[in-house]
Write a protein that binds this ligand. Structure first.
Ligand code: PMP
Ligand code: GLU
Length: 405
Protein backbone atom coordinates (compact mmCIF):
# COMPACT_ATOMS: atom_id res chain seq x y z
CA UNK A 1 0.00 0.00 0.00
CA UNK A 2 1.34 3.46 -0.87
CA UNK A 3 1.82 6.00 1.90
CA UNK A 4 -0.33 8.98 1.03
CA UNK A 5 0.79 12.52 1.85
CA UNK A 6 -1.62 14.12 4.35
CA UNK A 7 -3.58 16.97 2.79
CA UNK A 8 -2.51 19.34 5.58
CA UNK A 9 1.08 18.94 6.66
CA UNK A 10 1.60 19.94 10.29
CA UNK A 11 2.82 23.47 10.82
CA UNK A 12 5.27 24.41 13.56
CA UNK A 13 4.02 25.36 16.99
CA UNK A 14 5.88 28.63 16.55
CA UNK A 15 3.75 29.72 13.62
CA UNK A 16 0.46 28.34 14.90
CA UNK A 17 0.94 30.19 18.20
CA UNK A 18 1.79 33.41 16.39
CA UNK A 19 -0.65 36.27 15.77
CA UNK A 20 -0.67 37.66 12.25
CA UNK A 21 0.55 41.28 12.23
CA UNK A 22 -2.65 43.27 12.95
CA UNK A 23 -1.41 46.33 11.08
CA UNK A 24 -0.64 44.36 7.94
CA UNK A 25 -3.88 42.35 8.28
CA UNK A 26 -6.10 45.44 8.46
CA UNK A 27 -4.22 47.01 5.55
CA UNK A 28 -4.75 43.81 3.56
CA UNK A 29 -8.48 43.78 4.33
CA UNK A 30 -8.74 47.43 3.24
CA UNK A 31 -6.85 46.65 0.02
CA UNK A 32 -9.11 43.70 -0.74
CA UNK A 33 -12.29 45.73 -0.17
CA UNK A 34 -10.91 48.47 -2.43
CA UNK A 35 -10.15 45.86 -5.11
CA UNK A 36 -13.83 44.85 -4.93
CA UNK A 37 -14.70 48.45 -5.76
CA UNK A 38 -15.62 49.46 -2.19
CA UNK A 39 -14.84 53.02 -1.15
CA UNK A 40 -12.55 52.37 1.84
CA UNK A 41 -10.40 55.00 3.55
CA UNK A 42 -7.30 53.25 4.84
CA UNK A 43 -6.03 54.66 8.12
CA UNK A 44 -4.54 51.33 9.18
CA UNK A 45 -1.06 51.13 7.71
CA UNK A 46 1.66 53.25 9.25
CA UNK A 47 3.61 54.67 6.36
CA UNK A 48 4.20 58.15 5.03
CA UNK A 49 1.99 58.92 2.03
CA UNK A 50 4.89 60.91 0.54
CA UNK A 51 7.25 59.55 -2.09
CA UNK A 52 10.96 59.06 -1.38
CA UNK A 53 12.77 62.36 -2.15
CA UNK A 54 14.11 62.50 -5.72
CA UNK A 55 17.80 62.88 -4.80
CA UNK A 56 17.64 59.59 -2.85
CA UNK A 57 16.05 57.76 -5.78
CA UNK A 58 18.68 59.24 -8.10
CA UNK A 59 21.42 57.96 -5.79
CA UNK A 60 20.00 54.42 -6.01
CA UNK A 61 19.83 54.60 -9.81
CA UNK A 62 23.41 55.83 -9.96
CA UNK A 63 24.53 53.05 -7.61
CA UNK A 64 23.00 50.48 -9.98
CA UNK A 65 24.74 52.07 -12.95
CA UNK A 66 27.99 52.08 -10.98
CA UNK A 67 27.72 48.33 -10.48
CA UNK A 68 26.51 48.15 -6.87
CA UNK A 69 24.70 44.93 -7.62
CA UNK A 70 26.57 42.48 -5.41
CA UNK A 71 26.43 41.25 -1.83
CA UNK A 72 27.58 43.75 0.75
CA UNK A 73 29.20 42.97 4.11
CA UNK A 74 26.51 41.45 6.35
CA UNK A 75 26.52 44.44 8.71
CA UNK A 76 26.35 46.95 5.84
CA UNK A 77 28.56 48.93 3.46
CA UNK A 78 31.32 50.80 5.28
CA UNK A 79 30.18 53.95 3.49
CA UNK A 80 26.67 53.68 4.97
CA UNK A 81 27.89 52.77 8.45
CA UNK A 82 30.17 55.82 8.32
CA UNK A 83 27.19 58.00 7.37
CA UNK A 84 25.22 56.54 10.30
CA UNK A 85 28.11 57.23 12.69
CA UNK A 86 28.22 60.84 11.41
CA UNK A 87 24.45 61.16 11.82
CA UNK A 88 24.56 59.90 15.41
CA UNK A 89 27.36 62.34 16.26
CA UNK A 90 25.77 65.32 14.49
CA UNK A 91 22.12 64.88 15.46
CA UNK A 92 22.32 62.95 18.74
CA UNK A 93 25.75 63.90 20.08
CA UNK A 94 26.54 60.18 20.40
CA UNK A 95 29.90 58.69 19.44
CA UNK A 96 29.88 55.22 17.88
CA UNK A 97 32.35 53.29 15.72
CA UNK A 98 31.32 51.64 12.47
CA UNK A 99 31.70 48.22 14.13
CA UNK A 100 28.86 49.14 16.47
CA UNK A 101 26.43 49.70 13.60
CA UNK A 102 24.47 46.87 11.97
CA UNK A 103 22.40 47.66 8.89
CA UNK A 104 19.41 45.36 8.36
CA UNK A 105 16.51 44.77 6.00
CA UNK A 106 14.29 47.17 7.92
CA UNK A 107 14.07 48.07 11.59
CA UNK A 108 11.71 45.10 11.95
CA UNK A 109 14.67 42.84 11.22
CA UNK A 110 16.76 44.80 13.71
CA UNK A 111 14.18 43.91 16.39
CA UNK A 112 14.28 40.28 15.27
CA UNK A 113 18.11 40.13 15.28
CA UNK A 114 18.21 41.59 18.78
CA UNK A 115 15.62 39.21 20.20
CA UNK A 116 17.33 36.20 18.65
CA UNK A 117 20.73 37.42 19.84
CA UNK A 118 19.78 38.29 23.41
CA UNK A 119 16.99 35.99 24.54
CA UNK A 120 17.08 32.49 25.98
CA UNK A 121 13.80 30.65 26.58
CA UNK A 122 12.05 32.18 29.59
CA UNK A 123 13.93 35.47 29.48
CA UNK A 124 11.63 38.40 30.08
CA UNK A 125 11.24 41.55 28.02
CA UNK A 126 9.34 44.48 29.49
CA UNK A 127 7.09 46.11 26.92
CA UNK A 128 5.60 49.42 28.05
CA UNK A 129 2.11 49.34 26.49
CA UNK A 130 0.87 50.42 24.10
CA UNK A 131 3.74 48.81 22.20
CA UNK A 132 4.28 48.23 18.50
CA UNK A 133 2.53 45.00 17.44
CA UNK A 134 5.56 43.14 16.21
CA UNK A 135 7.55 43.51 19.45
CA UNK A 136 5.26 41.10 21.23
CA UNK A 137 5.35 38.37 18.60
CA UNK A 138 9.08 38.66 17.87
CA UNK A 139 9.91 38.36 21.57
CA UNK A 140 7.75 35.21 21.70
CA UNK A 141 9.32 33.89 18.50
CA UNK A 142 12.72 34.06 20.19
CA UNK A 143 11.42 32.13 23.21
CA UNK A 144 11.17 35.24 25.38
CA UNK A 145 8.30 36.20 27.64
CA UNK A 146 6.70 39.61 27.04
CA UNK A 147 5.91 41.37 30.34
CA UNK A 148 3.48 44.21 29.82
CA UNK A 149 3.53 47.57 31.63
CA UNK A 150 0.04 48.96 31.05
CA UNK A 151 -0.53 52.71 30.75
CA UNK A 152 -3.75 54.63 30.09
CA UNK A 153 -4.69 57.69 28.08
CA UNK A 154 -4.74 59.68 31.35
CA UNK A 155 -0.96 59.01 31.65
CA UNK A 156 -0.51 60.01 27.98
CA UNK A 157 0.29 56.33 27.49
CA UNK A 158 3.68 56.66 29.19
CA UNK A 159 4.80 54.16 31.81
CA UNK A 160 6.57 55.69 34.79
CA UNK A 161 9.86 54.40 36.24
CA UNK A 162 7.80 52.93 39.13
CA UNK A 163 5.53 51.07 36.68
CA UNK A 164 8.60 49.56 35.02
CA UNK A 165 10.51 48.86 38.22
CA UNK A 166 7.59 46.83 39.59
CA UNK A 167 8.04 44.41 36.67
CA UNK A 168 11.82 43.94 36.77
CA UNK A 169 12.92 40.45 37.80
CA UNK A 170 16.14 38.42 37.65
CA UNK A 171 14.96 37.17 34.26
CA UNK A 172 14.48 40.64 32.77
CA UNK A 173 16.78 40.94 29.76
CA UNK A 174 15.65 44.23 28.27
CA UNK A 175 13.00 46.92 28.05
CA UNK A 176 11.76 47.65 24.53
CA UNK A 177 9.81 50.76 23.55
CA UNK A 178 9.51 53.32 20.79
CA UNK A 179 9.66 57.07 21.33
CA UNK A 180 8.00 58.77 19.47
CA UNK A 181 5.66 55.85 20.04
CA UNK A 182 3.82 53.67 17.61
CA UNK A 183 0.81 53.51 18.28
CA UNK A 184 0.23 56.42 20.70
CA UNK A 185 2.47 59.13 19.24
CA UNK A 186 3.68 59.88 22.78
CA UNK A 187 7.24 61.15 23.24
CA UNK A 188 9.40 60.60 26.31
CA UNK A 189 10.88 63.91 27.46
CA UNK A 190 14.47 64.34 28.62
CA UNK A 191 13.31 64.38 32.26
CA UNK A 192 11.25 61.22 31.83
CA UNK A 193 14.15 59.36 30.24
CA UNK A 194 16.52 60.62 32.88
CA UNK A 195 14.21 59.37 35.64
CA UNK A 196 13.98 55.97 33.92
CA UNK A 197 17.78 55.82 33.57
CA UNK A 198 18.22 56.75 37.21
CA UNK A 199 15.86 53.95 38.32
CA UNK A 200 17.77 51.50 36.09
CA UNK A 201 21.08 52.18 37.85
CA UNK A 202 19.98 49.67 40.50
CA UNK A 203 19.44 46.97 37.82
CA UNK A 204 22.67 46.67 35.81
CA UNK A 205 21.51 43.41 34.18
CA UNK A 206 18.73 45.22 32.27
CA UNK A 207 19.41 46.49 28.74
CA UNK A 208 17.29 49.16 27.06
CA UNK A 209 16.25 48.86 23.43
CA UNK A 210 15.21 52.31 22.26
CA UNK A 211 13.36 52.29 18.94
CA UNK A 212 13.83 55.76 17.48
CA UNK A 213 12.47 55.16 13.99
CA UNK A 214 10.07 58.15 14.36
CA UNK A 215 12.88 60.40 15.63
CA UNK A 216 12.34 63.07 12.98
CA UNK A 217 8.56 63.03 13.22
CA UNK A 218 8.49 64.85 16.53
CA UNK A 219 6.39 68.00 17.02
CA UNK A 220 8.18 68.94 20.24
CA UNK A 221 11.39 69.44 18.18
CA UNK A 222 13.21 67.65 21.01
CA UNK A 223 14.30 64.11 20.45
CA UNK A 224 16.23 62.38 23.20
CA UNK A 225 17.77 58.95 23.21
CA UNK A 226 18.19 56.69 26.23
CA UNK A 227 21.79 56.23 25.04
CA UNK A 228 22.47 59.89 25.95
CA UNK A 229 21.43 59.43 29.56
CA UNK A 230 24.20 59.16 32.12
CA UNK A 231 25.48 55.62 32.54
CA UNK A 232 23.24 54.18 29.80
CA UNK A 233 25.20 54.14 26.51
CA UNK A 234 26.92 50.81 27.25
CA UNK A 235 23.63 49.05 27.79
CA UNK A 236 21.38 50.75 25.29
CA UNK A 237 20.62 49.61 21.77
CA UNK A 238 19.28 52.27 19.41
CA UNK A 239 17.04 51.08 16.60
CA UNK A 240 16.45 53.42 13.71
CA UNK A 241 15.83 53.23 9.99
CA UNK A 242 14.99 54.93 6.73
CA UNK A 243 11.30 54.00 6.46
CA UNK A 244 9.59 56.84 8.28
CA UNK A 245 11.78 59.95 8.30
CA UNK A 246 12.80 59.53 4.66
CA UNK A 247 9.59 57.97 3.29
CA UNK A 248 11.46 54.79 2.33
CA UNK A 249 9.21 52.02 3.68
CA UNK A 250 9.57 49.84 0.59
CA UNK A 251 13.36 50.05 0.55
CA UNK A 252 13.70 47.89 3.67
CA UNK A 253 16.57 49.56 5.48
CA UNK A 254 17.00 49.78 9.22
CA UNK A 255 19.94 49.82 11.60
CA UNK A 256 21.09 49.44 15.18
CA UNK A 257 23.77 51.24 17.17
CA UNK A 258 24.88 49.23 20.18
CA UNK A 259 27.84 47.99 22.19
CA UNK A 260 30.24 45.86 20.07
CA UNK A 261 29.25 42.52 21.60
CA UNK A 262 25.60 43.02 20.66
CA UNK A 263 26.49 44.26 17.16
CA UNK A 264 28.64 41.16 16.60
CA UNK A 265 25.84 38.85 17.76
CA UNK A 266 23.24 40.57 15.54
CA UNK A 267 25.59 40.30 12.56
CA UNK A 268 26.03 36.59 13.25
CA UNK A 269 22.23 36.06 13.26
CA UNK A 270 21.71 38.17 10.15
CA UNK A 271 24.51 36.32 8.38
CA UNK A 272 22.52 33.11 8.66
CA UNK A 273 19.11 34.57 7.90
CA UNK A 274 19.28 37.24 5.19
CA UNK A 275 22.87 38.53 4.71
CA UNK A 276 23.28 42.26 4.14
CA UNK A 277 20.55 44.64 2.98
CA UNK A 278 20.26 45.62 -0.68
CA UNK A 279 23.48 47.09 -2.06
CA UNK A 280 22.12 50.01 -4.09
CA UNK A 281 19.57 50.83 -1.36
CA UNK A 282 22.42 51.17 1.11
CA UNK A 283 24.27 53.54 -1.22
CA UNK A 284 21.15 55.71 -1.46
CA UNK A 285 20.62 55.60 2.31
CA UNK A 286 24.13 56.97 2.83
CA UNK A 287 23.27 59.88 0.55
CA UNK A 288 19.96 60.42 2.39
CA UNK A 289 21.63 60.58 5.80
CA UNK A 290 24.30 63.02 4.64
CA UNK A 291 21.83 65.33 2.85
CA UNK A 292 20.01 68.40 3.96
CA UNK A 293 16.80 67.34 5.75
CA UNK A 294 14.46 69.86 4.10
CA UNK A 295 12.27 67.17 2.46
CA UNK A 296 11.91 65.45 5.87
CA UNK A 297 11.07 68.74 7.59
CA UNK A 298 8.45 69.56 4.91
CA UNK A 299 6.84 66.16 5.44
CA UNK A 300 6.84 66.64 9.21
CA UNK A 301 5.16 70.05 8.81
CA UNK A 302 2.36 68.34 6.88
CA UNK A 303 2.00 65.66 9.57
CA UNK A 304 1.84 68.36 12.24
CA UNK A 305 -1.00 70.18 10.45
CA UNK A 306 -2.84 66.91 9.92
CA UNK A 307 -2.39 65.98 13.55
CA UNK A 308 -4.12 69.21 14.56
CA UNK A 309 -6.86 68.55 12.02
CA UNK A 310 -7.56 64.98 13.14
CA UNK A 311 -7.56 66.00 16.82
CA UNK A 312 -10.09 68.77 16.15
CA UNK A 313 -12.31 66.42 14.13
CA UNK A 314 -12.23 63.51 16.58
CA UNK A 315 -12.78 65.78 19.59
CA UNK A 316 -16.20 66.64 18.19
CA UNK A 317 -17.33 63.02 18.51
CA UNK A 318 -19.18 62.46 21.76
CA UNK A 319 -17.74 59.80 24.11
CA UNK A 320 -14.43 59.53 22.27
CA UNK A 321 -11.40 60.30 24.46
CA UNK A 322 -8.74 61.79 22.21
CA UNK A 323 -5.01 61.91 23.02
CA UNK A 324 -2.65 64.64 21.86
CA UNK A 325 0.26 62.84 20.19
CA UNK A 326 3.58 64.65 20.12
CA UNK A 327 5.13 62.62 17.34
CA UNK A 328 4.86 59.86 14.70
CA UNK A 329 1.66 59.96 12.59
CA UNK A 330 -0.79 58.01 14.72
CA UNK A 331 -3.59 58.97 17.04
CA UNK A 332 -4.86 56.50 19.62
CA UNK A 333 -8.32 57.47 20.89
CA UNK A 334 -10.01 55.60 23.73
CA UNK A 335 -13.27 54.20 22.34
CA UNK A 336 -14.26 52.19 25.42
CA UNK A 337 -17.30 54.39 26.23
CA UNK A 338 -18.97 52.76 23.22
CA UNK A 339 -18.40 49.19 24.41
CA UNK A 340 -21.59 47.25 25.16
CA UNK A 341 -23.54 49.13 22.50
CA UNK A 342 -25.29 47.74 19.44
CA UNK A 343 -25.79 49.46 16.09
CA UNK A 344 -29.16 50.00 14.47
CA UNK A 345 -28.31 47.17 12.07
CA UNK A 346 -27.49 44.74 14.88
CA UNK A 347 -23.68 44.94 15.16
CA UNK A 348 -22.60 44.55 18.78
CA UNK A 349 -19.36 46.23 19.87
CA UNK A 350 -17.88 44.75 23.01
CA UNK A 351 -14.18 45.57 22.62
CA UNK A 352 -11.59 47.36 20.49
CA UNK A 353 -11.32 44.47 18.01
CA UNK A 354 -15.08 44.68 17.40
CA UNK A 355 -14.80 48.44 17.04
CA UNK A 356 -12.11 48.23 14.34
CA UNK A 357 -14.18 45.65 12.43
CA UNK A 358 -17.37 47.67 12.92
CA UNK A 359 -15.76 50.84 11.56
CA UNK A 360 -14.49 48.92 8.55
CA UNK A 361 -17.91 47.40 7.87
CA UNK A 362 -20.11 50.42 8.67
CA UNK A 363 -17.91 53.48 8.02
CA UNK A 364 -15.59 51.87 5.49
CA UNK A 365 -12.63 53.26 7.41
CA UNK A 366 -9.86 50.86 8.27
CA UNK A 367 -8.14 51.35 11.63
CA UNK A 368 -6.26 48.94 13.92
CA UNK A 369 -7.58 47.61 17.21
CA UNK A 370 -5.57 48.71 20.24
CA UNK A 371 -5.73 45.09 21.40
CA UNK A 372 -2.85 44.28 19.08
CA UNK A 373 -0.79 47.00 20.80
CA UNK A 374 -1.58 45.88 24.34
CA UNK A 375 -4.41 48.36 25.01
CA UNK A 376 -7.91 47.03 24.41
CA UNK A 377 -9.70 50.34 25.01
CA UNK A 378 -8.26 52.19 22.05
CA UNK A 379 -8.00 52.06 18.29
CA UNK A 380 -5.12 53.37 16.18
CA UNK A 381 -5.63 55.70 13.25
CA UNK A 382 -2.74 56.60 10.98
CA UNK A 383 -3.20 60.16 9.76
CA UNK A 384 -0.52 59.92 7.07
CA UNK A 385 -3.05 60.76 4.39
CA UNK A 386 -4.66 63.83 2.78
CA UNK A 387 -6.76 66.41 4.66
CA UNK A 388 -9.73 65.54 2.43
CA UNK A 389 -9.53 61.85 3.35
CA UNK A 390 -9.12 62.67 7.05
CA UNK A 391 -12.23 64.88 6.98
CA UNK A 392 -14.22 62.23 5.15
CA UNK A 393 -12.99 59.47 7.49
CA UNK A 394 -13.84 61.47 10.63
CA UNK A 395 -17.34 62.21 9.32
CA UNK A 396 -17.91 58.55 8.54
CA UNK A 397 -16.61 57.45 11.96
CA UNK A 398 -18.86 60.03 13.67
CA UNK A 399 -21.86 58.72 11.74
CA UNK A 400 -21.10 55.06 12.54
CA UNK A 401 -20.61 55.81 16.24
CA UNK A 402 -23.79 57.86 16.39
CA UNK A 403 -25.91 54.81 15.55
CA UNK A 404 -24.42 52.73 18.41
CA UNK A 405 -26.95 52.67 21.21
N1 PMP B 1 9.53 50.06 14.83
C1 PMP B 1 8.40 50.77 14.84
C2 PMP B 1 7.97 51.43 16.10
C3 PMP B 1 7.61 50.86 13.69
O1 PMP B 1 6.47 51.55 13.70
C4 PMP B 1 8.03 50.23 12.52
C5 PMP B 1 7.15 50.37 11.30
N2 PMP B 1 7.05 49.38 10.47
C6 PMP B 1 9.22 49.49 12.56
C7 PMP B 1 9.94 49.43 13.73
C8 PMP B 1 9.75 48.74 11.39
O2 PMP B 1 10.14 49.57 10.36
P1 PMP B 1 10.87 49.05 9.06
O3 PMP B 1 10.99 47.57 9.16
O4 PMP B 1 10.03 49.49 7.93
O5 PMP B 1 12.21 49.72 9.06
N1 GLU C 1 5.03 50.00 11.31
C1 GLU C 1 3.92 50.22 10.45
C2 GLU C 1 2.65 50.05 11.23
O1 GLU C 1 2.69 49.88 12.41
C3 GLU C 1 3.98 49.38 9.20
C4 GLU C 1 3.34 48.03 9.24
C5 GLU C 1 4.15 47.04 9.99
O2 GLU C 1 5.27 46.78 9.60
O3 GLU C 1 3.61 46.58 10.99
O4 GLU C 1 1.60 50.15 10.67
Amino acid sequence: MMNSIPSTLPLSRLVTDMQESATLKMAKMARELKAQGKDVIDLSLGEPDFDTPVHIKEAAKKALDDGYTKYTPVNGLVELREAIVRKLARENDLQYTINQIVVSNGAKQSVYNLCMALLDPGDEVILPAPYWVSYYEIVKMAGGVPVIAYSSIEQDFKSSPDDIEALISDRTKFILYSSPCNPSGSVFSFEELRAMASMLQAYPHVIVVSDEIYEHINFTQNHHSMASMEGMKDRTVIINGMSKGFAMTGWRLGYTASPDWIAEACTKIQGQVTSGASSFGQKAAAVALDSDLTPTHDMVKAFHTRRDLIISLLEQIPLLLVNRPQGAFYIFPDVSAYFGRTSANGYHVSNADDMALYLLAEARVSTVSGGAFGNDKCIRLSYATSDAKLKDAAARIAQALSILN
